[in-house]
Design a protein around this ligand. Structure first.
Ligand SMILES: CC(C)(COP(=O)(O)OP(=O)(O)OC[C@H]1O[C@@H](n2cnc3c(N)ncnc32)[C@H](O)[C@@H]1OP(=O)(O)O)[C@@H](O)C(=O)NCCC(=O)NCCS
Length: 332
């Protein structure tokens, strides 16, 4: 059986930097509150007319394909994780496929929010291990800033979520003991409404109306306390599950890349697993929470800065809307 290795990664972040100070001019918040509760100092917001989810994904994908030493035509499948697609229908996978000039190959969209990239990677891993595909482009890209309620009412989520894109090439390899060792996927729909965007829902008489828009149902709604409480438990469990499945211990990890939900959540998991600071990757300070994009952006930056080296043991872990949570353990 083939192994699946990440042979290249890339990322794209919009130029526009939005500081905590700038947010304070839009809503009743302040730098000290945001830094203390979330660790975020600044984030990126897209520029309308310049950036789209597809254009950001294209930039990240081209960098990933180049870093993998491939050309576009060698990609034989696309998996695109996003909850903020450019169109309601069709999904973003086909839009990216067209941009990359890959008409004809399959393109699949995944809507598992903050866990979307790890879910996507797990699906890609199965396709490679079954022998169906050789080089799968796995992408996470989001524009969250246009769906945030930037009034005082929406401030607890408006300060957290942001825009960006990341991509990896998952490639079939014959090298033994390398690549994705295991993936673990979980969800609990009992908590679907703790972090969600209600509209445009399809089971209504009309999908869009001024009344619905005024009710705020198109904005992201989050029960921050509930999300925090579940996240710290599930993140820990799913990392431990990955290690147990491979007879490994936290001390064996070279790098844990948690979904960049909130710096306090990452620090809590670090402490609970007994990891050193250099065993955990955090960049949320600079980019906020870009949902499905945080992990591929982090992988790309970690490779660029040699935080990931050949043979390293790397664990990806995510938790978010659904609730859904997941991990992937990788020997680089
Ligand atoms: C959102 C979150 C930062 C809020 O922190 P918290 O300590 O739970 O804060 P609370 O919601 O209890 O609010 C505390 C106070 O701060 C206020 N507040 C909320 N957002 C604020 C903001 N952006 N700026 C200033 N004050 C704010 C609240 O209104 C509340 O005021 P009150 O005490 O007068 O009622 C925290 O719950 C969290 O990090 N949750 C997880 C979020 C997350 O990771 N989401 C992504 C999952 S993928």
């Amino acid at each position: 059986m083939k192994n699946s290795i990440i042979s290249g990664a890339g990322h794209y972040l919009p130029d526009r930097i939005v500081t905590n100070e700038e947010l304070s001019s839009m809503m009743n918040t302040n730098d000290a509150w945001i830094v203390e509760r979330t660790g975020i100092r600044e984030r990126r917001w897209f520029t309308p007319g310049k950036d789209t989810v597809t254009s950001m994904a294209r930039a990240a994908s081209e960098m990933a394909i180049k870093n993998a030493g491939l050309n576009n035509k060698e990609i034989d499948f696309i998996i695109f994780a996003t909850i903020t697609p450019d169109y309601f229908i069709p999904g973003n996978g086909v839009l990216l496929q067209r941009e990359l000039g890959l008409q004809g190959i399959g393109a699949l969209d995944i809507r598992n929010a903050c866990s979307g990239f790890v879910y996507a990677l797990s699906v890609a891993d199965q396709f490679i291990k079954s022998g169906m595909y050789q080089n799968i482009l796995v992408v996470g890209a989001e524009i969250q800033s246009s769906a945030l309620d930037k009034s005082d009412e929406g401030r607890s989520s408006a300060v957290i979520f942001a825009d960006g894109a990341g991509a990896v090439v998952l490639q079939a390899s014959n090298e033994p003991h390398k690549g994705i060792l295991s993936t673990h996927l979980h969800a609990d729909g009992d908590h679907a409404e703790e972090l969600y965007v209600k509209d445009p829902g399809s089971s209504r008489k009309v999908r869009v109306s001024q009344e619905l828009i005024d009710s705020g149902s198109f904005n992201l709604q989050m029960n921050g306390n509930a999300v925090f409480k579940h996240a710290v438990i599930r993140f820990y469990e799913v990392v431990q599950e990955a290690l147990d499945a491979n007879n490994l211990k936290p001390k064996d990890l070279d790098l844990l890349i948690p979904h960049q939900a909130n710096l306090r959540i990452s620090q809590y998991i670090q402490e609970k697993l007994g990891l050193e600071e250099n065993q955990v990757f955090n960049n949320i300070m600079n980019y906020g929470n870009t949902t499905a994009a945080t992990i591929p952006i982090a992988i790309s930056e970690a490779l660029e800065t040699a935080r990931i080296k050949p043979n390293d043991l790397v664990c990806l872990a995510a938790f978010g809307s659904g609730f859904a949570w997941a991990s992937a353990l990788i020997r680089w």
